[in-house]
Design a binder for this molecule. Structure first.
Ligand code: NDP
Length: 273
């Protein structure tokens, strides 16, 4: 019998997850279906429990429900979801709702394996202190970068983010103007600034030689941040499409026990951009 999965969010009609998971299923021969479910904050918990009642095996959780899922929905929480305080993958098993977070693992697979850019020993800047930054930070720290700065418009949110992790001497919080004169080998834009065609106030000269500029946002053409990176000497530019496919592959692995090959799916979606 076909096993049912879905992504739940608001908005969700634009989500590429049904297409990605359908391609994974075809490639691996797994008998699964994957749909998109629209919910509101009020209907979120009921929509999940209805899906379970209908035989659903698992769900991806996207904007704006990741924190709500972490706070109120799961019976079991995997350590990386607990560290991120956000859930993007639910598994329904023996009456339990298991919460996990594959965003950080997905990003790091894209950076380290697809883009061949090891993070260990690098000077890293993470921009943003929202849900995505929370998911990424634990995985970045696990890679042992030489230093890791978090910059955010609202500095208190960045401080809260830092305080949620065990004190680490190479983890620092900075306001954007404080970054003047500092250089990084990897800069990750985990803000939603690109959605509004804006650029956080990064000082010039911030990219070290050989740097990678990575924007979590994806879509047509270069984002303002990637254009800035291009003019400021970053040698590698990447948008978040690879992360999107890799975090989906991590979810598929959790659910089905098989890791799909992400390369043909990334290539297909790039062709659509
Ligand atoms: P949140 O709403 O939780 O956080 C938004 C963050 O962006 C905050 O830190 C906010 O700063 C900052 N910000 C917004 N506008 C600006 C601006 N103009 N200048 C500087 N900072 C700004 O969003 P998420 O963390 O959930 O998502 C962030 C981005 O990551 C989105 O674009 C999302 O689409 C993308 N994403 C991509 C994924 C992928 O698979 N590729 C997965 C998950 C997310 P402040 O706190 O000061 O308001």
């Amino acid at each position: 019998m076909t096993d049912r999965y879905a992504v739940i969010g608001n908005p969700v009609a634009h989500s590429k997850s049904p297409l990605i998971h359908t391609k994974f299923a075809q490639q691996t021969g797994e008998d699964v279906s994957y749909t998109a479910i629209l919910a509101t904050r009020q209907s979120f918990a009921v929509a999940v429990s209805d899906f379970i009642t209908q035989g659903g095996k698992g769900m991806n959780v996207t904007v704006p429900f990741k924190e709500q899922a972490w706070k109120s929905l799961t019976t079991d929480l995997r350590p990386r979801a607990a560290a991120a305080r956000a859930v993007n993958t639910l598994t329904f098993e023996n009456g339990k709702i298991i919460g996990d977070n594959t965003d950080g693992a997905g990003l790091l697979r894209d950076i380290e394996i697809n883009l061949k850019f090891p993070v260990a020993g690098r000077r890293v800047l993470l921009m943003g202190a929202g849900g995505a930054a929370r998911g990424i930070l634990p995985e970045l720290l696990r890679r042992r970068p030489a230093s890791l700065h978090i910059a955010n418009r609202d500095i208190n949110r960045a401080r809260d983010l830092k305080d949620g992790f065990h004190a680490s001497e190479n983890l620092e919080v900075a306001e954007y103007p404080d970054l003047s004169g500092v250089q990084f080998e990897l800069i990750i834009n985990a803000t939603s600034s690109s959605l509004n065609d804006e650029l956080p106030p990064l000082p010039k000269g911030i990219f070290a030689a050989g740097a990678l500029a990575y924007d979590l946002m994806y879509g047509k053409g270069l984002t303002p941040f990637l254009r800035f990176g291009q003019t400021q000497g970053a040698v590698k530019l990447a948008d978040g499409l690879g992360m999107l496919v890799e975090q989906a592959a991590e979810s598929f692995l959790i659910w089905r026990g098989v890791r799909p090959d992400t390369h043909p799916v990334i290539a297909m979606l790039k062709g659509e951009e």
